[in-house]
Design a binder for this molecule. Structure first.
Ligand code: ADP
Ligand code: MG
Length: 266
């Protein structure tokens, strides 16, 4: 084996030891390229490392994506603002900058079913994942059930920490089902633990004045929770028509007027 060969083998070995498979794989190509283009050591090294950095960033994105458990592939570009004229469009775009994550501001999306609350929350979640922030989607019912099970199995602390860890926690559908006292207490714990530390994006069909009703009529828990949620928050009220209903109505209207449905119908 020539000296060059053994040097090459040694570099391959070192890259493997350092778990840099993309750089290892790119090594022969980059060596040839450096030779052919007569590029210097620094430029060669920069190019080689760039392979590993790109691959590592990709791995991280995939893992954040899998972890986040967003329920749909929705993106903000697909959100039809014209269908929701009452919604503060400028505020949604401000939220899309993700500055709210920097000071643990919460986002409350309030409105009746079908107006796009989950869609907006998921769109923010998608942006947050793409920006490299740990993000997690759950429903209020699931969160309560998880913490309930954890308590029975002696894992309450660990599970609470799990919900406090992501930079953005999406809690969907608060208020759809009435929460038993224990469930309300669980949600309260998560809200308290994250208070001023990490953002929560919460969707609910309840106007703020009706919060007591979900939490087993416990006005105290409701008030304490709202206090923490609202202290640093953006509240978006979406009161427009249900988007699904709009689609149905448009279709029904078209049927009545005898026009065939065609592409571009919503
Ligand atoms: P909510 O959570 O408020 O009940 P969703 O976010 O689940 O409503 O929206 C219901 C359905 O309507 C989803 O398929 C969603 O993608 C769609 N939708 C709602 N609002 C819009 C909108 N403004 N633009 C595009 N699609 C929308
Ligand atoms: Mg929803």
């Amino acid at each position: 084996m020539s000296a060059t060969d053994s040097l090459y083998q040694s570099i391959r070995g070192q890259l493997a030891f350092l778990r840099m498979p993309a750089a290892a794989e790119a090594l022969p190509g980059e060596l040839d390229h450096a030779m052919a283009k007569k590029i210097g050591h620094s430029a060669f090294l920069e190019r080689l490392l760039a392979h590993e950095v790109t691959a590592a960033a990709e791995r991280r994105r995939t893992s954040l994506e899998r972890f986040g458990r967003l329920p749909a592939p929705w993106r903000l570009e697909d959100f039809d603002f014209d269908a929701q004229p009452g919604l503060d469009r400028a505020m949604v775009h401000e939220l899309a900058s993700l500055r709210f994550l920097e000071d643990a501001t919460n986002v409350l999306l309030i409105g009746p079913p079908g107006v796009g609350k989950t869609m907006l929350a998921v769109c923010l979640g998608r942006l947050s994942i793409e920006a490299g922030y740990r993000t997690y989607y759950t429903t209020a019912a699931e969160l309560a059930a998880r913490l309930h099970r954890a308590a029975l199995e002696g894992r309450w602390e660990t599970t609470l920490r799990f919900f406090c860890n992501p930079r953005l926690l999406i809690v969907d559908e608060v208020g759809y089902l009435p929460m038993a006292q224990e469930a309300a207490a669980s949600l309260f714990q998560v809200v308290s633990q994250r208070y001023l530390k990490g953002s929560i994006c919460l969707t609910t069909n309840l106007s703020v004045g009706n919060w007591g009703r979900v939490f087993a009529d416990d006005q105290f828990v409701a008030a304490a929770m709202l206090d923490r949620l609202l202290h640093r928050s953006v509240v978006l009220n979406i009161q427009g028509d249900s988007y699904r209903m709009r689609q149905h109505r448009a279709r029904a209207q078209k049927l009545r007027s005898g026009k065939p449905e065609h592409e571009g119908d919503r």
